[in-house]
Design a protein around this ligand. Structure first.
Ligand code: HEC
Ligand code: HEC
Ligand code: HEC
Length: 384
């Protein structure tokens, strides 16, 4: 199968840098993760603590504050995936230890979720030295906290968004109305979905989406509802349902809503299902990109799940993260399917994306969906 690397041009605000130097999710990409670097402080002038602080708080470089709190009203919103570093300078850690830790923490913490900033070239050796100089200035006593929202330990936990199936609350619901009209509209091949699928979509498609992603024998691969439509639409009505297009998204919502309330029931026991699940799991745990991150780093309890990454509370994969997708994102005023979410999660991490309908993503989705089995579908969701 042709394997295309596509940048998600349709996504707003996405970085267009080419991260081709770093490994991706492509099954054909046999490169290892960024090699572990054991280093010592290089000779040269001492570090500049002021520059180090600027690097520490910079969102564009090592976004250290995404995981660590330090003093300063400008440090907002800091996360707590890593320890509070407000007084790390009091711990008597040597410059050599801190230099190694920031350059590449893996020799010290082999399973850490902290990226190897020096080993990947995000920070130069001189910049790592500046960051170390800054860390050594962080001495107690801690300044009194003036804003409980600044500190992730005292920040309020996010609350929900109300009834996701109420159209006055979730604009995503309205898209299904549009798709309902399309359901009985003839496409270029002079056929409509309704010509072959008898009854209104909520009956014709009842329970279908709860079985997706599934291995589709005729295609020889795992497919989500979205993936299936990219092939099935052109073959039947003649209409295009390109991955991540509006038409695909709308029809997916309509089909998935017909399973609302029904338990997710994907196949994880057939030989194909089991093999795909294992590959999906391997992708979930695979470290990719310039930050050498795995999905597991942020979405499992061994990683950052249930902690703040910056201002965001990280979801725990074990809760099941798929049964409300496509989901309306209040922060983007857009409905997103799961692939867009995957691609978005990878964007800040410095990895080239795969095409939205890549089999690698389909199997990753299958693995994620395995945690939703038995839980009721509720589409479209609504989230920040
Ligand atoms: C994705 C989250 C994440 C980011 C981003 C991150 N760290 Fe960390 N950091 C951690 C975790 C987790 C630990 C605790 C070590 C462990 O158990 O993995 C840690 C530990 C540390 C420690 C303490 C080490 C010790 O021995 O107590 C320092 C210092 C540190 N990080 C500095 C930095 C700096 C500087 C940056 C930015 C260049 C940074 N971190 C970015 C997650 C992160
Ligand atoms: C020419 C007849 C025909 C038309 C038109 C048609 N379909 Fe289908 N559809 C089928 C058949 C036959 C199957 C089962 C085929 C298979 O599983 O390979 C199917 C399967 C499906 C499935 C998967 C069902 C499952 O249980 O996995 C979905 C979803 C679907 N169609 C949606 C649509 C939508 C949406 C349209 C309109 C864009 C449409 N179909 C148009 C004949 C048609
Ligand atoms: C550096 C951390 C980070 C990594 C790595 C990461 N994500 Fe995320 N992810 C987030 C943040 C932040 C959010 C938004 C808050 C939340 O819902 O967890 C999020 C949200 C999600 C959601 C939506 C959860 C929901 O309930 O709506 C899914 C699904 C998801 N991520 C999947 C993935 C997958 C798959 C990967 C690997 C390809 C991945 N993430 C890698 C940070 C990360």
């Amino acid at each position: 199968m042709a394997r295309r690397q596509a940048r998600g041009r349709a996504l707003q605000g996405l970085d267009t840098t080419d991260f081709g130097r770093f490994r991706t999710y492509a099954y054909g990409d046999a490169r290892p993760e960024v090699p572990v670097a054991s280093v010592t402080v290089p000779d040269g002038p001492p570090g500049d603590a002021a520059k180090g602080r600027a690097l520490f708080v910079s969102r564009a470089r090592g976004p250290c504050t995404g995981c660590h709190l330090v003093p300063g009203a400008d440090v907002w919103p800091a996360g707590n995936v890593g320890p509070d570093l407000s007084t790390v300078g009091d711990r008597g850690l040597t410059d050599g230890y801190l230099y190694q830790l920031v350059f590449d923490p893996r020799p010290i913490f082999p399973k850490t979720v902290m990226p190897p900033w020096g080993a990947t070239g995000v920070l130069t050796p001189g910049e790592v030295r500046d960051v170390v100089a800054y860390l050594q200035t962080l001495k107690g006593p801690r300044p009194a906290e003036t804003d409980p929202e600044r500190d992730p330990a005292t920040r309020r936990r996010p609350v929900g968004f109300g009834d996701n199936l109420d159209a006055t609350n979730n604009p995503g619901v309205l898209l299904a109305d549009q798709a309902e009209a399309e359901w009985s509209t003839k496409g270029p091949a002079d056929r409509a979905c309704a010509d072959c699928h008898v009854g209104p979509p909520e009956l014709a498609m009842k329970g279908v989406a709860a079985r997706y992603p599934r291995h589709v024998a005729s295609q020889g691969r795992v497919m989500s509802v979205e993936d299936w439509l990219t092939v099935h639409g052109p073959e039947t009505t003649g209409a295009a349902y390109l991955a991540e297009s509006e038409a695909n998204l709308r029809m997916t919502v309509l089909i998935k809503m017909a399973s609302n309330g029904l338990p997710v029931a994907i196949d994880t026991t057939s030989p194909e299902g089991r093999a795909a699940l294992a590959r999906g799991r391997a992708s979930f745990e695979r470290r990719v990109g310039q930050r050498n991150h795995a999905c597991a780093d942020c979405h499992t309890p061994d990683g950052g799940a249930n902690h703040f990454l910056g201002g965001r509370m990280l979801a725990d994969v074990r809760e099941g993260l798929t049964r409300h997708f496509p989901t309306w994102r209040t922060s983007q005023s857009e409905l997103w399917d799961l692939r867009k979410r995957f691609q978005w999660c990878m964007t800040p991490l410095g990895a080239n994306m795969l095409a939205a309908d890549a089999v690698e993503y389909a199997e990753l989705e299958l693995y994620l969906t395995s945690f939703d089995v038995g839980k009721p579908m509720s589409v479209p969701g609504i989230r920040h």
